[in-house]
Write a new protein. Structure first.
Length: 147
């Protein structure tokens, strides 16, 4: 959300998910240097935004304010940007192969509302019987027959 005219404290507070009062508290604890005060026209720059968002991110990671202050003192703007990049989505492993016995079946529609299931493990005799049933009873069924 880069902007040339800066950000209001409310905009940054909303983005960070904290109150304006929290941000003011952080600068009273010297976690960052606030922008020059200009009343309601006070604008926070990109650096302030990065620092505030980084403080909140580090708080979410469980760090206390003194630890955050020490860590921020060693971080460059690029380090802060990297901290704020969301992690890549987790890659889910493929589902495990089924451990149950499974068979493949072909569904043959003889006529609308009447179907014949034929096991693919049935062999040629079963397929020949299924074809005879299709030829005898399935002549009126629309569409191609799989057998």
């Amino acid at each position: 959300m880069p902007r040339n005219d800066g950000y209001t404290i409310g905009e940054i507070a909303e983005e960070a998910g904290v109150s304006e009062r929290t941000i003011r508290y952080w600068y009273t604890r010297d976690l960052f240097v606030p922008p020059p005060f200009a009343g309601p026209g006070t604008r926070y720059l990109r650096e302030h935004r990065l620092q505030i968002l980084s403080i909140q991110k580090l708080r979410e990671q469980g760090l206390k304010l003194p630890e955050i202050k020490r860590k921020l003192a060693t971080m460059s703007p690029a380090d802060m940007e990297a901290l704020l990049v969301p992690p890549p989505p987790a890659v889910r492993p493929p589902p495990p192969e089924p451990t149950y016995a499974a068979e493949r079946w072909e569904r043959v529609v003889l006529v609308p509302g009447l179907e014949l299931l034929v096991s693919s493990a049935g062999g040629p005799i079963l397929r020949q019987m299924a074809q005879q049933i299709v030829n005898h009873f399935g002549g009126a069924a629309p569409g191609p027959h799989p057998l």
